[in-house]
Design a protein around this ligand. Structure first.
Ligand code: SAH
Length: 226
């Protein structure tokens, strides 16, 4: 685990090379269909390499998912951009993220929406993400170690709930924590195990489910690992 001091050093070390690499990543994402300029600007600005172990940091801006320990992965830039775009489309004020992981998707969202809640079930990841976000002076995020399957009842309802791990079925407790017009964005597995980025729109007591594109995420799991 990195000390915050180590992170601070790496943050100071962010040089021109990283900025050029980030700009190239944003240009690539635009070519791949990411259209929202706020998303492209934020990904071009924020230091993705700080959300990886030092040994992997040089690969941070490649178009690939990367391991963050404990069998988990930081999603490829395209999927972070795509999900952020889908979230922003709702102009949300309150967003709940399930699966803080490295904290990178959390950071990107925090820069673009007023208030964010994010839960992680693995203690080590939760703490590491918290240290990174503190260092980057992110103040509009509430983090908690818990099983996201239960959502965050005290802070509900949410305009958007985003899952960054793949569910086998629509998580009922989370649907109940959506605002009357709220939206859930999640990877959802079909009967054959294929994963689909899915948007669920609440209309009062009814839910409209819309399948978007095929994706690959780690599974949503139960319980907390301390
Ligand atoms: N958004 C993350 C992606 C991490 S991978 C990032 O940018 O790095 C998905 C994360 O979801 C993992 O860290 C995993 O531990 C977490 N997760 C899986 N099931 C969960 C659950 N029920 N509650 C909370 N977090 C969960």
């Amino acid at each position: 685990m990195h000390s915050p001091e180590g992170l601070a050093e790496r943050l100071r070390g962010v040089g021109m090379t990283s900025q050029r690499t980030r700009n190239r990543m944003a240009e690539r994402l635009a070519k791949q269909g990411i259209a929202d300029p706020r998303v492209l600007e934020t990904l071009a600005r924020e230091p993705r390499h700080l959300f990886l172990d030092e040994a992997l940091a040089h690969r941070a801006y490649e178009d690939t998912s990367l391991p963050i320990g404990h069998g988990q992965t930081l999603s490829q830039p395209w999927i972070v951009a795509r999900m952020t775009e889908l979230v922003l489309r709702e102009t949300p004020r309150r967003v709940l993220e399930i699966g803080t992981g490295s904290g990178y998707q959390t950071l990107i969202l925090a820069r673009l929406i007023p208030e964010l809640w994010s839960v992680e079930r693995i203690n080590a990841l939760h703490h590491r993400a918290a240290a990174r976000l503190r260092l980057l002076e992110v103040r509009n995020v509430h983090l908690r170690l818990s099983d996201g399957g239960h959502g965050w009842q005290d802070a509900a309802p949410f305009d958007v709930i985003l899952l960054t791990a793949c569910a086998g079925e629509l998580p009922e407790p989370l649907l109940a924590q959506l605002d009357e017009e709220g939206v859930m964005i999640l990877p959802l597995a079909d009967a054959k195990g294929a994963q689909w980025l899915t948007r669920v729109r609440r209309r009062g007591e009814a839910f409209e489910v819309q399948r978007l594109e095929k994706v690959r995420f780690v599974p949503l799991l139960q319980g907390v690992i301390r």
